[in-house]
Design a protein around this ligand. Sequence first.
Ligand SMILES: [Cu+2]
Length: 108
Amino acid sequence: MHQPFLLTILALALLAPPARAAVTTIVQAGQAFSETDITVHANDHVKFLNQDDVNHNILVQTGDDDDNARDMGVQPPGGAVDVLFDKTGKFLVRCHIHPSMKLAVTVQ
Ligand SMILES: [Cu+2]
């Protein structure tokens, strides 16, 4: 291994500005999310695109706790919903209309 080269890379990484919030896109098609399990960083966004011909309704739960679910409202066909994950933890994204739709989101 080329030690000076690695040190240069490390120095550049440390000098780089903080990473910007990323956006992960999840498609809703066939009454399913395109992923079942994702990991993002705090302050990242997840964008949900409804490519079905039926309404969806995103709920964001902390674990199995329904009481504090964030209800993102009815999402018509073709509609997009943007969800900001500003806290670390494990979340479960469900569809209020279709109980089989589930996406586990880990926020680091
Ligand atoms: Cu749905």
